[in-house]
Design a protein around this ligand. Structure first.
Ligand SMILES: C[S@@+](CC[C@H](N)C(=O)[O-])C[C@H]1O[C@@H](n2cnc3c(N)ncnc32)[C@H](O)[C@@H]1O
Length: 222
């Protein structure tokens, strides 16, 4: 087991076994603050897979101004979107993560919010021209994902876009350990829920060893 994921995996396992699959995120961020344990996804830099996705769709898509970052963690991707000119709201279930965003970016224009995806404000529904989801679905147990994706896609305005980045596997491949890769079927359900696929890529990233991922851009029908 790769060491930097050991504690996160243990916390996830305990939390899921106790029937509280969302509890471990705050536990991990709090432990990172107190004991300096590693947060496996926190690179303290904008996600290169996201930056490349924007490059791939550049010129083909014209986004509106209001953006929502789902599961923003320590805020690097939200800040990058803000620097691009978006008016960004970014949320995370972990109060410690949101407090760290404030510490790291004291002059930020981003609106950071402590919020559970499954209990989000009604006025976020259909309110964002761009919704960016990267790596949250893959840390949710498979049985929560369809509900999570439905919730996430509901934030997109009519005519707006959902950008999505996740680990990918084949249907018959084992899910392995957290982070649990998605299958294409889980993502493509969007096309039967009022979205049109504008960009989709199944690729291996530049990590060592390379990780198979999916990234895509879906437009909500107007
Ligand atoms: C794998 S991390 C990715 C963080 C960030 N997107 C990144 O790439 O660094 C997933 C994030 O989603 C947050 N999260 C998990 N479940 C959530 C929920 N139900 N509502 C809001 N945030 C959630 C976690 O706290 C965590 O910060």
């Amino acid at each position: 087991m790769d060491n930097h994921r050991t504690i996160a995996r243990q916390l996830a396992q305990t939390s899921i076994a106790a029937g509280n699959p969302l509890d471990w995120f705050e536990q991990l961020y709090a432990k990172a603050r107190l004991d300096g344990v590693s947060i496996p996804w926190a690179d303290h830099t904008p996600n290169p897979n996201m930056i490349e996705l924007f490059q791939q769709v550049d010129g083909q898509i014209s986004f509106g101004r209001r953006a929502l970052k789902v599961g923003c963690g320590l805020g690097d991707d939200a800040e990058w979107l803000s620097d691009l000119g978006f008016e960004v709201t970014a949320f995370d279930i972990s109060p410690t993560a949101i407090s760290e965003c404030g510490n790291r970016f004291p002059n930020s224009k981003v609106t950071y919010v402590i919020c559970d995806l499954f209990q989000s404000p009604e006025n976020w529904l259909g309110a964002f021209d761009l919704v960016l989801e990267s790596y949250t679905l893959q840390v949710l147990p498979p049985e929560l994902r369809a509900k999570a994706l439905k919730q996430i896609s509901g934030f997109v305005s009519f005519g707006g876009y959902l950008m999505l980045i996740a680990r990918l596997r084949e249907e018959l491949e084992s899910t392995g350990l957290m982070p649990w890769p998605l299958v294409r079927r889980e993502i493509e359900i969007l096309t039967s829920q009022g979205f049109v696929e504008r960009y989709a890529e199944d690729y291996f990233d530049g990590e060592q060893p390379p990780v198979r991922r999916f990234r895509g851009c879906y437009q909500r029908k107007a």
